[in-house]
Design a protein. Structure first.
Length: 165
């Protein structure tokens, strides 16, 4: 059986919310559960993941190499080279905002500025939720409402990443 998750990753890759903000967000996410699911402990699965360095939170089976944000071109080889460079640094946090010209249109972009189409985002923190019991996130209006509330509670703008395992 497969699982589907919705991750909220701060747009600032170094941002880690205060524990009180994490607690408030957990309380809010728990209100989104379908009524029958409220009787089963652990549904939805909610995790506040905090890493020691920048990570790429990605969609697993949904992940695709990002495209250029400016012209939407395929930049697979370029992206792989830059990811290798970043991941071999002692601290990725200091290098993640390095800007390079993309080969397609010459614009200067960092890896977080590319178009990940909701299947990838960089950060030290992610709110990870099993979305199976949260019907609200499966409508455009409902999802935007949830994003707005999560951003308010975490006190930062977020990227969303859909993960399918």
């Amino acid at each position: 059986m497969s699982d589907s998750y919705l991750m909220f990753v701060p747009k600032d890759p170094s941002y880690i919310p205060e524990s009180s903000a994490m607690d408030a967000t957990t309380e809010y996410i728990n209100t989104l559960r379908r009524k029958p699911a409220r009787h089963f402990a652990g549904i939805p699965y909610i995790e506040h993941y905090v890493g020691e360095d920048i990570e790429l939170f990605h969609g697993m089976e949904l992940f695709r190499i990002p495209s250029c944000r400016c012209c939407k071109s395929n930049i697979t080889e370029w992206w792989n080279e830059k990811m290798d460079y970043i991941w071999h640094q002692e601290s990725r946090l200091g290098k993640i905002h390095t800007k390079w010209p993309v080969p397609c249109c010459g614009q200067t972009l960092s890896l977080p500025e590319l178009d990940y189409q909701n299947c990838g985002a960089f950060g030290c923190y992610a709110l990870i939720c099993n979305d199976r019991e949260m019907e609200l996130v499966h409508t455009e209006e409902g999802l935007q409402s949830v994003i707005n509330t999560v951003e308010k509670l975490l006190k930062t703008p977020v990227n969303i990443v859909w993960r399918y395992i």
